[in-house]
Design a protein around this ligand. Structure first.
Ligand SMILES: [Zn+2]
Length: 182
């Protein structure tokens, strides 16, 4: 059973869900994205994402019209990914289509780009054997941007990354109502 924290962009509040690995992620249409698919290889007992990320998935899945195989989505900073600045740490990024053909990946990448639902779709030069799309908070490209400023009173998934890091380093994070403990 995973604890899933979802930042609701409409209400500016955090929501907490408990879901089995084969159940759908919160806000997901049908079972097009399960908890197991979202966590990929992550062993974290707590996962986080945002409502608008799940809604973007729903739109992309609807446009594609077929299952989208997910290789990786959520990661903690020490679980690998794209160096030390990754939108996967915020639970807003997907690495998909590893098992599809090159032409299928190209079609999906084009679909993701033209859909307008994602903040960023990585070019084929950076992701030749998968497709990366994400719903980052800012629009600038990896690795120099896309992360908002986190400070006292901040809410959302980016706050959870900072709290996760601080807790792991032995600090108790009391500066937010939504203290995270692994
Ligand atoms: Zn990625």
């Amino acid at each position: 059973m995973a604890k899933i924290l979802v930042y609701n962009n409409d209400t500016n509040r955090m929501e907490t869900y408990y879901r089995g690995e084969s159940e759908a992620m919160p806000y997901i249409t049908g079972r097009t994205l399960t908890v197991r698919e979202f966590r990929g290889s992550s062993n974290s007992p707590t996962l986080w994402t945002s409502k608008r990320t799940m809604q973007a998935w729903n739109a992309q899945r609807y446009l594609w019209g077929m299952p989208i195989p997910v290789g990786f989505a959520f990661k903690r900073p020490w679980e690998g990914g794209h160096s030390n600045q990754s939108q996967h740490y915020a639970g807003v990024a997907f690495d998909v289509a590893q098992t599809l053909s090159n032409s299928q990946r190209t079609a999906l990448r084009n679909s993701a780009r033209s859909s307008g639902v994602w903040s960023y779709v990585e070019p084929v030069s950076l992701t030749p054997t998968w497709v990366h799309f994400d719903k980052r908070a800012l629009s600038s490209a990896c690795p120099t941007g896309g992360f908002p400023l986190v400070r006292r009173g901040s809410r959302g998934m980016y706050t959870l990354i900072a709290q996760d890091d601080l807790n792991t380093l032995g600090y108790r994070t009391r500066w937010s109502r939504w203290s995270f403990r692994s």
